[in-house]
Design a protein around this ligand. Sequence first.
Ligand code: 5AD
Ligand code: FES
Length: 351
Amino acid sequence: MRTEFAASLERAAAGEELTREDIINLLAAAQGAEEVALYRLADSVRARVAGDEVHLRGVIEFSNYCRRHCCYCGLRADNAKLQRYRLMPEDIVAAARRGAELGYGTIVLQSGEDPWYTGPMLAEIIREIKKLGVAVTLCVGERTRDEYAMWREAGADRYLLKHETANADLYARLHPGMSWQERLRCLQWLRELGYQVGSGNIIGLPGQTLADLADDLILLRQLDVEMAGLGPFIPHPATPLGGEPAGSLDLTYRVVATARLVIPYAHLPATTAVGTLSPTGRQLALQRGANVIMPNLTPTRYRADYQIYPNKICVNEGPEDCRHCLEGMVRALGRRLGRGPGHTLKPLPVQ
Ligand code: 5AD
Ligand code: FES
């Protein structure tokens, strides 16, 4: 092991606050002994703060309409090849009921940025789903503060809004018409409104460096997030980045493991993108710091059209298939399914 890596890992093991340099050292873990040591520490911190429970969050991808132009995303408004769909409110609630019956403690409502669903419409959907006794996570992008407030009032517990990259220049290049400052302002509003906040970033974007990824983790620490989604870049042929190489799976594992050390109390999903790049991707992520999986609850006939990136897994499966597949996966790892809503892991403040 190189001395700088070993020193940073030791600081992590001692629970010291990691510097940007430390984080870069850990992200640069070499194949072999360094990676093994990083993963072992991440897994032990995961066991200590999150236990052996793996929480399942059922995701309903209720609309693939999107008004944005993110250069990596297959849902971008400019992608004319995509067959667009919207679930009606009663169908969203029915899918959520299915999720509650399958035992999911959290329902995630995810879509492109689709203003067709007005603030009051989504509030009504949230109220109906909350009657099922589940936690509700929203993932519908940038909206007004009033809408965020209305949804919180309606019972939404959590909000996922990935910052995508902490490098403001890269952010500007990848998100025409959007601004990094506005993104952060939205995250600030969500925090003020009492949501459990999730953010996260893409790994292996063209032009992204290890220092950028360290800045991602530092930003997540500053935001004090309750959850962080960290997934590899997967090129989509119908986007401007279609010809770029995919993000590295190994780098993704190193980011997830390092995230467990930088933001130990955050829920970290083994992402669908990791599962798309490798059939054992999610299992390995769960053994390297992750503690959450997000099974698909979208009605099967729409799944193929929620093509954020190509070859997404579970496109031909139904909600029950994913439920059973994941129970088997979790058991095979010697872990167990989470019970209850799986709220924040952060320790309660001392009174
Ligand atoms: N590769 C990997 N992740 C992507 N996302 C969108 N497009 C891609 C892609 N091509 C991620 C973004 C977004 C989430 C819904 O999916 O992080 O926030
Ligand atoms: Fe969908 Fe395995 S998670 S089939």
